[in-house]
Design a protein around this ligand. Structure first.
Ligand code: FAD
Length: 462
């Protein structure tokens, strides 16, 4: 039996970052992981493999749509699907082995197997029981099930199966127009699938600034994705490699059925903490099955903490990472903290969509007096040069103080551009601070400055 200052259960972005930070702060740390490789959902079946396929399929799209316009003559691209999947797996491997290297470098023991907590201060892995002064649960999440939908991970798949389909489907139905469904749906649309997205609500991407959401849907439609909104899926069944999806129109209750070669069920994720023994330990859960924690990530059981997808808040890798750092600092006697007001979110389609802070709808609801500064990428020289003029930057600022309250971007590099505004918000900056900062030309980030300028005397290029 080994004894540690800290045992982290789960090696996703929450768990592995927590383990590394705690080791850097001088704690003796072990991390339990039941999967064959480290890195959790994010590196193995989430962020990283989906981005590899988004990149590869975007290259196909560039070759098909834009090469000839730039005077690059090539034959129409042919897709070698097994090779594309191998590229995706190689990307996963490089990242998961990178975490293994970092564990060794920081002298973190990887306890291989599924962990449970027989009592506070003890973690059981296989037949071994280890002692820990503190335990951090970072066991992540799993896809939610949908009544009447029979997932077999071959024809009717979750995001996990969608990353390993045997062939590119001719027709695909995506149930749920959230981030994961639209990212993977646009991968297959670019690879030639006829993709139909069926969504319960009457708009896509719930929680997104409505103006950005409408623009996003229009752009995706132009790329060939079809949308059936206000539709409650009743069932999805598979037979001999074909699937049948039935939904009810929520306005008139009429039922319709669609056939496809693959169905992706992307209706959300729920916290995963099976087998840990939480009930016996008296660890309280929320109504949604998340582990309840206080402001310092402490659960209701002494010495047991929880972070990441397993607790409330946005299910995002960087939110889990920041919580991992914060709890490591707290356990090392420092003052760890996460600013939940400034957590960016990104959709890695093409164009990308990114947001931070309040949406216009949220500001209206809160009765906050605000102003909007907008700038279209059509006015940005660099964007036009690479055929990426679709979309805009929208900055929301306080009407009186000009303080930045939120930013919503749809356009090239949005997922990177947003961080300029994140930093501005962390420093409590006014939009004028962004407007007065020199931005290199020609860059996409000039569009962020122009949106800030639009809140003052006016954008230059609009
Ligand atoms: P996880 O990453 O889920 O890791 C938990 C780990 O704990 C797992 O490896 C699991 O095997 C292990 N575990 C569980 N129970 C035990 C046990 N009892 N013993 C031992 N090990 C255990 N987020 C982003 O920010 N950006 C993106 O682009 C993005 N893309 C995504 C794409 C897809 C397709 C999916 C599914 C998710 C995506 N996410 C993205 C979400 C992101 O993956 C999660 O928010 C993030 O992984 C959560 O981190 P975590 O550390 O809380 O848990």
């Amino acid at each position: 039996m080994a004894s540690y200052d800290l045992i982290v259960i789960g090696s996703g972005p929450g768990g592995y970052v927590c383990a590394i930070k705690a080791a850097q702060l001088g704690l003796k740390v072990a991390c339990v992981e039941g999967r064959e490789t480290l890195g959790g959902t994010c590196l193995n079946i989430g962020c990283i493999p989906s981005k590899a396929l988004l990149h590869a399929s975007h290259m196909v799209h560039e070759a098909e749509e834009n090469f000839a316009r730039m005077g690059v003559e090539v034959d129409a691209p042919r897709i070698d699907w097994p090779k594309m999947l191998a590229y995706k797996d190689e990307t996963i491997g490089m990242n998961t082995s990178g975490i293994e290297f970092l564990f060794k470098k920081n002298k973190i023991d990887w306890l291989k197997g599924w962990g449970s907590i027989p009592e506070a201060g003890k973690v059981k892995v296989g037949d071994d029981v280890h002692e820990a002064k503190n335990i951090v649960i970072a066991t992540g999440s799993e896809p939610t099930a949908l009544k009447g939908v029979e997932v077999d991970e071959e024809t009717i798949v979750t995001s996990t199966g969608a990353l390993t389909l045997k062939a590119i489907p001719k027709e695909m139905v995506v149930i749920g127009a959230g981030v994961i469904g639209l990212e993977l749906g646009s991968v297959y649309a670019r690879l030639g699938s006829k993709v139909t997205v069926v969504e319960y609500l009457d708009h896509i991407t719930p929680g997104m600034d409505a103006e950005v959401g409408r623009t996003f849907q229009r752009i995706l439609k132009k790329q060939g994705l079809e949308f059936i909104l206000g539709a409650a899926v009743q069932s999805a069944t598979a037979k001999d490699g074909r699937a049948s999806v039935t939904w009810k129109n929520r306005k008139d209750d009429s039922e319709q059925t669609l056939e496809a070669d693959a169905v992706l069920v992307s209706t959300g994720r729920k916290p995963f903490h099976d087998g840990l023994g939480l009930t016996e330990l008296g660890v309280e859960l929320t109504e949604r099955g998340q582990i309840k924690v206080d402001a310092h990530y402490a659960t209701s059981a002494k010495g047991i903490y929880a972070i990441g997808d397993a607790i409330p808040g946005p299910m995002l890798a960087h939110k889990a990472e920041d919580e991992g750092v914060a709890i490591a600092e707290i356990l090392a006697g420092q003052k760890g903290h996460v600013n939940y007001e400034v957590i960016p979110s990104v959709i890695y389609t093409h164009p990308e969509v990114a947001a931070v802070g309040a949406t216009e709808e949220q500001l209206k609801e809160a009765g906050r007096a605000y102003r909007v500064g907008k700038f279209p990428f059509m006015g940005n020289a660099r964007a036009k040069a690479v055929f990426a003029g679709d979309g805009f930057v929208k900055i929301l600022a306080d009407k009186e103080t000009d303080r930045v309250l939120g930013c919503h971007i749809i356009g090239p590099g949005a997922g990177d551009l947003i961080h300029e505004v994140c930093v501005a918000m962390e420093f409590g900056a006014a939009a004028e601070d962004i407007a007065r900062t020199c931005h290199a030309h020609p860059t996409w980030s000039e569009a962020v400055r122009e949106a800030a300028l639009a809140l003052g005397d006016g954008a230059i290029h609009a």
